[in-house]
Structures are given as structure tokens and as C-alpha cells.
Design a protein around this ligand. Structure first.
Ligand code: NDP
Length: 335
């Protein structure tokens, strides 16, 4: 069982009198920078000169180029998209790092796949929120936390864990807990969850939709049932709170029985060997190489795939139902 760090393990004092440079002011960058500042830590923001940098200034944070911020930080938090790390860090960040600086990533991707190599003499750490960027801020402001995964890949100073936990404390994560992991485990489980769990949800919805449409049912009624009503949001919320089996008690007895009956039937089918192949392709770097080529080519396959999926009749039904339910969906706070 993973060790879980809480506020009993850090009071943030490892960052007292130190400067944290937050590189990138997007989803995670803005929320984490503001939380650290509100936790009493000196924060500077590194970003190119654009609307993100203007936003940092508007928020009252000192902002500067990536290179300047990298040079100011005792702790340097890399909150730039993973696919640009290998382009930006070796040229704009690494040459400017202080001796003994601690470099903190929010995802293990670029380190695990060896797309970047942090210069010797600097610690390499991970604080990966298991929460989307805006919620990192709103939960902090409510006095609540969010879970994260933490790891240390290189500890040259002997202080890497103290700083890692102080960062997790400063962004508000220790209020909920930080699970100890490794760069490999965080990277692979995160990618597998997205690529199997996330795409599995898309496939399940589209296959169900196609089967019911082929049987002659109205596409908008089917979409409403499968996703559009928003009921699924509540179902998932209760699954998270109560458990995937216990939460079935909130459903009708017919639904409760039907779901268990079908789950058993479907699980009796042989395990899907494609899952093993996907895991292997993640671990051996095949996916990372594909994604790197895709970025270098200007994302042609991503655009093609998005266009193809957007042309699916499910999406047209989805848009009609979203328009009809606009007021309800905007008012329920779930999206
Ligand atoms: P964003 O896409 O929101 O990052 C945008 C920021 O990165 C902007 O400040 C942008 O500034 C800067 N940026 C983008 N491209 C470049 C570039 N080529 N050169 C310099 N700056 C650039 O990223 P996220 O916040 O979503 O992700 C940041 C990290 O957090 C990633 O490692 C991610 O895996 C991790 N993470 C993200 C989560 C999420 O929910 N989003 C959850 C947990 C971890 P500019 O205008 O200059 O381009």
C-alpha cells in the first residue's frame, strides 16, 4: 500500500525564505502559483510575453521570461505542456538553473521518457495533482484539498523530499493527501487511465448509440439517455463517494439487478489483449515517440481524428440536446 503524506508531514517550512519559480501560467500554473502565494511563499512566474503573462501581472505576481524565472528559483516548477518540455527546457531553462535548485514536475512524462535530462546537481521531483487546474484553485479557496502523487527521481541535496512535500503543502494538496509513487508509476498509470478509461468511455457511448440507432430509436432520445441529461455526472459522483457496487443502491432495483447481471456476463468474456498491448506501448515509449512525431508534423492525425469523431451522429444529437438543456446544465454546477 502506498504511503500517504498529510499535513502532519509538512508545514511548508522547507520553502521559508525561498523563491518558487512557476514556469507556465496555464491550467495548473495559475492555480498552483496563486495557492503557493496565498500559503505565504514567494512566487515568481516565468512565461513568454503574451496573455498568460499579462494575467500573472494582473494577479499581482512578478512575471518575467522563462530564463529569468529559472535563474531566480530555488525551486523551479515546470508547469508547461509535456510535449514542449524537450524543446523549451534544454535551451530556455536548464542553462539558467541555480546550483542546488529543485526542479518539480507536475507529470513524470518528459523525465520518464528521457525527453529531458535535468542537469546534474539539481534535485528532480514530482508533485502531480490528480485534479484539473481550475479546481486546484477553487478547492484551495474553499479550504479543501485534492489528492496528488509525489515522487523524487533524484535527490542530490538531501532535501528533495522536504521540498516536494512543502510544495504539496503549499498548493493545498496535503489537506487531502499525497500518495508516494515513482515517476514511472505516475506516468504509466496516468496515460493508461486516459487512453483506456477515457477512450473506453467514448467507445462505450458511441457503440451503445450505434446499436440503438440501428434498432430504429430516435438519436436525440438515445443521446439524452446515454449522456445528455447529465444523470451520468451524478452517477459517477456517487460511484466515487460510495463505490461502484454500493452506489447501485441509489438506482432502481431493475437497474441495480440489470447492471450486475450484465457486468458479470461481460466480464466472463476473455480479457481484452489490446489492453496489454496498449500498456506495453506506453512502457516501451512507442506512444511517446508517436506523440513526438505528431507534434513535429503539426498535429495532422489529431485534427483528422477530431474531425472524424465530430462528424459522428452522436455529436449532432449531443449539440441539439445541449442547446435545449442549456439553462439546466449551466445551473447544476456540474459542468
Ligand atoms: P497548459 O497547456 O495549460 O499550459 C499553458 C502554459 O504553457 C502557458 O503559460 C503557455 O504560455 C505555456 N506554453 C505552452 N507552450 C509553450 C512553449 N512552446 N514555450 C513556452 N511556454 C509555453 O498546461 P497544463 O497546465 O494543462 O499542464 C502543465 C503541466 O501540468 C503538464 O506537465 C501536465 O501534464 C501537468 N498536469 C496537468 C493537469 C491538468 O489538469 N491540466 C493535471 C495534472 C498535471 P504561452 O502563451 O507562452 O504558450
Amino acid at each position: 500500500m502506498a504511503k500517504i503524506f498529510t499535513e502532519a508531514d509538512s508545514d511548508g517550512s522547507a520553502l521559508t525564505g525561498r523563491t518558487v519559480a512557476v514556469l507556465g501560467y496555464g491550467n495548473q500554473g495559475r492555480s498552483q502559483a496563486l495557492n503557493l502565494r496565498d500559503s505565504g511563499i514567494r512566487v515568481v512566474v516565468g512565461n513568454r510575453t503574451d496573455r498568460f503573462r499579462d494575467q500573472a501581472e494582473e494577479d499581482g505576481l512578478a512575471s518575467m521570461s522563462l530564463a529569468q524565472a529559472a535563474g531566480e528559483g530555488d525551486v523551479v516548477m515546470v508547469l508547461l505542456p509535456d510535449e514542449v518540455h524537450h524543446e523549451v527546457l534544454p535551451t530556455e531553462v536548464f542553462p539558467h538553473l541555480r546550483e542546488g535548485a529543485v526542479v518539480v514536475f507536475a507529470h513524470g512524462y518528459s523525465v520518464y521518457f528521457r525527453e529531458v535530462d535535468v542537469p546534474a546537481g539539481r534535485d528532480v521531483c514530482l508533485v502531480a495533482p490528480k485534479m484539473i487546474g481550475p479546481a486546484v484553485r477553487t478547492l484551495y479557496l474553499k479550504g479543501m484539498g485534492f489528492p496528488s502523487l509525489v515522487a523524487v527521481d533524484r535527490d542530490t541535496t538531501g532535501r528533495a523530499w522536504d521540498v516536494t512535500l512543502a510544495v504539496a503543502w503549499g498548493i493545498g494538496s496535503l489537506r487531502a493527501g499525497a500518495w508516494k509513487t515513482t515517476f514511472e508509476e505516475e506516468t504509466i498509470t496516468d496515460l493508461f487511465g486516459e487512453q483506456v478509461g477515457g477512450s473506453g468511455a467514448i467507445v462505450g457511448l458511441l457503440r451503445s448509440f450505434e446499436a440503438l440507432i440501428a434498432a430504429g430509436y430516435d438519436p436525440d432520445v438515445v443521446e439524452l439517455e446515454l449522456l445528455g441529461s447529465g444523470e451520468l455526472v451524478e452517477v459517477i459522483r456517487t460511484q466515487v463517494r460510495e463505490g461502484i457496487i454500493e452506489s447501485l443502491r441509489n438506482h432502481s432495483p431493475t437497474s441495480h439487478f440489470g447492471q450486475l447481471h450484465r457486468a458479470e456476463e461481460l466480464l466472463k468474456q476473455p480479457a481484452d489483449s489490446r489492453l496489454e498491448r496498449i500498456l506495453a506501448e506506453l512502457r516501451d515509449g512507442t506512444f511517446a515517440a508517436l506523440w513526438r512525431r505528431e507534434r513535429a508534423a503539426g498535429y495532422p492525425r489529431m485534427r483528422e481524428l477530431e474531425a472524424r469523431f465530430l462528424a459522428h451522429p452522436f455529436v449532432a444529437s449531443e449539440h441539439r440536446n445541449q442547446e435545449r438543456l442549456k439553462d439546466v446544465l449551466e445551473g447544476d454546477g456540474s459542468r
